[in-house]
Write a protein that binds this ligand. Structure first.
Ligand code: PLP
Length: 443
């Protein structure tokens, strides 16, 4: 089998996500599609013997490398015991242990864990739970949600209501009951002399106005803590989360932290919200939690939300159901992932590694067409000054030609490598990215 055979078959039969399929069929100008034969650590190998460094953790999911021996072993063991069982009326060890360990990671403050398989479903569950908890408490008028401008919380019809990315949302506008967007604390909005914390306070003041006027009708505010990833790695100061938490308390509004992308150590702490010293009422996790192996997501919540559903009446329960809820293999992959965090003291080890990645990218700070070089934990990004509407496509192609997989979001180039990347591989990734940038700008 060669790349070419597989490419043709894929384009004929597979409808790829987030893709205008015709872009892959323009002859010489076509966007490349790489058939991947195998993966090992940070490397992806194609069918023609070339390899690519996975600089985006395969859409932000892979933490400890492809074909990680420890996760593979745990899954083999689990396969011999139980692959899956209905989670209504039955339970199993991996789902119990995972729920207990996630609760412990929140110091017991988010001690109730509800499962699904993808991030968008976790968003929908959090929205439904928030609304239903208020309803059960006699607050039926709380039916509205707030999200930040530039927010991304998934692409099902319900999740699009709290997503503010025009490209993904506009076509479906007639189907959506949109949330209200409030100012983003994106640090790039700092005016002369303003710090990131000043921008955060300005955004929190706008949130306060919104809440002051409408809080009686608002169920929850949903945020991506510290980094709004999908709209272009917009990073912001933890001060915003502190202020948002206290405003939500004051106005009786739930705070939902969507840590689907930023959880699991990505920003330098296991949960991003820890950096603000707060806890949300709902915490959504997915992506990295299964190490990038299997679809798994969850919503963690508090005793008080749980108590709002606990009743003799069935209809006051949270009846959301999903066939694969709490899949045993996915939960076991997550347990193996949490084991690696503990055994290798990953959060500590990542600190030096992330700084190293940052210093490898430092030469870009002086690049005439680069703005806002930034990093938080194991996420680094920069914006490119270019009027070329096809910059991201050109960069993507040049990056592949340089042996690295990176997918810019518009003019924002970002790096989100697996945590098993070595220091040498960080240097390789940075050097090749700089080469790809210059080639893309010259094209
Ligand atoms: C990726 C993402 C989602 C959606 O997760 P899917 O598994 O792709 O549905 C939701 N919120 C955030 C912040 C994300 O990054």
């Amino acid at each position: 089998m060669s790349n070419k055979d597989l490419l043709e078959r894929s384009l004929a039969a597979v409808w790829h996500p987030c893709t205008q399929m015709k872009q892959h069929a323009r002859g010489k100008q076509a966007l490349p599609m790489i058939p991947i034969a195998s993966g090992k650590g940070v490397w992806l190998h194609d069918f023609d013997g070339r390899r690519y460094l996975d600089g985006i953790s395969s859409w932000w999911v892979n933490l400890f490398g492809h074909c990680n021996p420890r996760i593979n072993a745990a899954l083999r063991d689990q396969l011999e015991q139980l692959e899956h069982v209905i989670l209504a009326g039955c339970t199993h060890r991996p789902v119990i242990e995972l729920s207990e360990r996630l609760s412990t990671l929140t110091l017991g403050q988010l001690g109730h864990c509800f499962y699904a398989s993808d991030g968008a479903s976790a968003t929908e569950i959090a929205l439904k739970m928030s609304f239903h908890a208020w309803r059960n408490q006699g607050r039926r008028e709380k039916q509205e949600f707030l999200c930040l401008s530039g927010s991304y919380h998934g692409e099902t019809v319900g999740a699009l209501a709290v997503t503010d990315v025009a490209l993904f949302k506009d076509a479906y506008a007639p189907l959506i009951r949109p949330a209200t967007t409030v100012a983003t604390p994106d640090a790039r909005l700092a005016k002369d002399g303003e710090t990131a914390a000043d921008v955060a306070r300005r955004a929190a003041a706008a949130l306060e106005c919104q809440l002051d006027e409408h809080h009686l009708h608002i169920a929850a505010l949903i945020v991506e803590p510290l980094i709004q990833c999908a709209s272009g790695m917009a990073m912001y100061d933890p001060e915003y989360l502190r202020l948002a938490r206290s405003l939500c308390d004051r106005y009786e509004v739930h705070l939902i932290c969507d840590e689907i992308a930023v959880g699991c150590g990505r920003t330098g702490t296991f949960f991003a919200h820890e950096q603000a010293g707060i806890r949300p009422d709902f915490l959504c996790l997915s992506k990295g939690i299964s190490g990038g192996y299997l679809p798994l997501s969850m919503v963690l919540t508090t005793d008080s939300v749980y108590a709002a559903f606990y009743d003799d009446s069935v209809s006051r329960g949270f009846l959301h159901s999903h066939s694969y809820t709490g899949n045993a293999l996915a939960c076991r992959a997550a347990l193996a992932t949490l084991d690696i965090f503990a055994e290798d003291q990953v959060i500590d080890a990542n600190r030096g590694l992330a700084e190293h990645l940052g210093s490898c990218l430092q030469p870009l700070a002086d690049h005439p067409q680069v703005r806002h070089l930034r990093r938080r934990g194991m996420v680094a990004a920069f914006d490119v000054l270019s009027d070329d509407p096809r910059f991201s496509e050109r960069f993507y192609r040049q990056a592949l030609a340089n042996g690295i997989l990176l997918r810019p979001i518009g003019n924002t180039v970002y790096f989100m490598p697996p945590y098993v990347i070595s220091r040498d591989e960080c240097e390789f990734l940075a050097t090749r990215a700089i080469a790809a940038l210059d080639s893309a700008l010259r094209e």
